[in-house]
Design a protein around this ligand. Sequence first.
Ligand SMILES: CC(C)(COP(=O)(O)OP(=O)(O)OC[C@H]1O[C@@H](n2cnc3c(N)ncnc32)[C@H](O)[C@@H]1OP(=O)(O)O)[C@@H](O)C(=O)NCCC(=O)NCCS
Length: 193
Amino acid sequence: MRVETLTGAALSEALDDIARLRMAVFRDWPYLYEGTMENEHRYLQAYQVSERAIALAVYDGDWLVGASTGAPLSEHAEDFGEAFEGTPFDVEKIFYCGESVLLPRYRGQGIGHQFFEAREDYARGLGFEKICFSSVVRPPDHPLKPSDYRALDPFWKKRGYDRLPGVVAQFTWKDVDQVSETAKPLQMWMRDL
Ligand SMILES: CC(C)(COP(=O)(O)OP(=O)(O)OC[C@H]1O[C@@H](n2cnc3c(N)ncnc32)[C@H](O)[C@@H]1OP(=O)(O)O)[C@@H](O)C(=O)NCCC(=O)NCCS
């Protein structure tokens, strides 16, 4: 396994592979995302146009087995701007961490820590003051919740992130067990850099 840092053209070239990986990993709980390449292109476009976007790409040989992205929050304004409206935070000073996805057999070896460390260092280097990410909120009694699911909240808290009360974005996608798209709340988490 090797982890590469991608920006600019190299990031753009990896976006289709990242999209396929997102669709594979996010089918599982708690995302239950039935993605299409069309949706993915729309979502990932922010990374293509942002000169300050970053992706960490994990390869096993030539295969992309993990990825993690980040970009200035202001460049995700369409997706998250509303959630921050009315808060005292200056979105220009916040870096947004997109997904972290790793195929199950590669988990538990510290890659998740590397994903955060690399994006935090990168954002600090660009002069950002805060860093955030969002996480889907599901009802605790959801029928598709695996009984042995271990939430990532303790990991995020240990890394210094806290939920931002009331800062919740709405995203719409089709769940694997639904016939049409439904809106999902995405809770924002943040820490100082
Ligand atoms: C998030 C993800 C990339 C983390 O990758 P990872 O390489 O396994 O993470 P690490 O090995 O660095 O471990 C990170 C922490 O998770 C904990 N952890 C390990 N296996 C876990 C599991 N099966 N479930 C929950 N937490 C687990 C570890 O205890 C570790 O915490 P600690 O070392 O601080 O005590 C990976 O779990 C994943 O792809 N999950 C599915 C997608 C997802 O939910 N992404 C997050 C939102 S975008």
